[in-house]
Design a protein around this ligand. Structure first.
Ligand SMILES: CCCCCCCC/C=C\CCCCCCCC(=O)SCCNC(=O)CCNC(=O)[C@H](O)C(C)(C)COP(=O)(O)OP(=O)(O)OC[C@H]1O[C@@H](n2cnc3c(N)ncnc32)[C@H](O)[C@@H]1OP(=O)(O)O
Length: 254
């Protein structure tokens, strides 16, 4: 069963012909979710089987002014105007975000109904806006950087009034993991090493910046910093190692 699912998944990935992250990044970054590639792959599928998934990385009423300001700052650099007044892709891309990782893959919506259909992405499984992880990620291909803007909700408490260290680690893993997937396709975290420097108050917004240090074969080494939004306070400093895997590594249990 697992083997045949692996074959289906690999086949579907070949059908899509681009990696999951590359697929999503083809969508016009300043617009709401527009599944250009997915539509062409799935045209023949009845529409009742393809509900439009919610993109959690778009603003909602729980977003505070800091999250909104930073979102707008990066989003305004996703599409720029040439001197002739034409619009073209800018240096940054907003990364859409759904409540199942499989929805990123070509035909993923259908696979996600077959494989562990109740599974939900850890950071996107609370429906109450603002209660837990509110965040948006942007990627800059040229500078090989990824930033996350993260507003921590009241359900993420660790030390009284402050964010749980595991929730911070989750967000660091999410930003660097998305960055690594974008650069290299499917990966898993092999090592995550965090120095917690200052606690993060619940309800506040922080900036998470990931950069690729080096790539050696299947291994990708990243540094990641969590700071206040103006960069004046460092909350954590992290190094992360990701290892590239084939899709069957996950489907067949490693
Ligand atoms: C189909 C998927 C599509 C995905 C699309 C996603 C889109 C984005 C979606 C949503 C965004 C959310 C993003 C969230 C991201 C979250 C990521 C996680 O949390 S992952 C869960 C936690 N991690 C694990 O469960 C790993 C468990 N470990 C393993 O599976 C294996 O140990 C693995 C793959 C890491 C290595 O196993 P081997 O057998 O394949 O390879 P070997 O030879 O052991 O290692 C390869 C190289 O790496 C080094 N290495 C391995 N582990 C190391 C370690 N812990 N420290 C240092 N080096 C290590 C080794 O020394 C070796 O190096 P030398 O090639 O010899 O130079």
């Amino acid at each position: 069963m697992a083997r045949s699912l692996g074959r289906i998944f690999n086949g579907l990935q070949r059908l899509g012909s681009v990696s999951p992250i590359q697929t999503q990044l083809r969508y016009p970054s300043t617009s709401v979710y527009q599944p250009v590639r997915r539509r062409s792959v799935l045209q023949a599928v009845p529409s009742f089987l393809s509900p439009k998934p919610r993109d959690f990385s778009l603003p909602n009423p729980s977003w505070g002014s800091e999250l909104m300001q930073l979102y707008e700052r990066y989003n305004s650099q996703c599409e720029v105007e040439t001197e002739e007044g034409e619009k073209q892709e800018g240096p940054w891309k907003r990364v859409p975000s759904y409540n199942r990782a499989l929805k990123y893959a070509p035909c993923g919506v259908y696979l996600s109904k077959i494989i562990q259909s109740k599974a939900r992405l850890f950071t996107r499984n609370i429906n109450d806006p603002g209660a837990a992880f509110e965040y948006v990620l942007f990627i800059n291909r040229e500078e090989q950087k990824c930033v996350g803007i993260f507003q921590a909700g009241h359900l993420l408490e660790g030390p009284p009034g402050h964010v749980h260290g595991g929730a911070i680690a989750t967000m660091i893993d999410t930003v660097t993991g998305t960055h690594a997937s974008f650069l290299s396709g499917p990966v898993v975290t092999a090592n995550l090493n965090i120095n917690y420097r200052r606690p993060i108050p619940l309800g506040s917004t922080v900036l998470i910046e990931s950069s690729l240090d080096k790539k050696e074969g299947r291994k990708l080494f990243f540094s990641c910093k969590v700071t206040s939004t103006d960069g004046s306070k460092v909350h954590t400093e992290t190094t992360v190692l990701f290892v590239s895997i084939s899709a069957s590594h996950l489907l067949l249990g490693g």
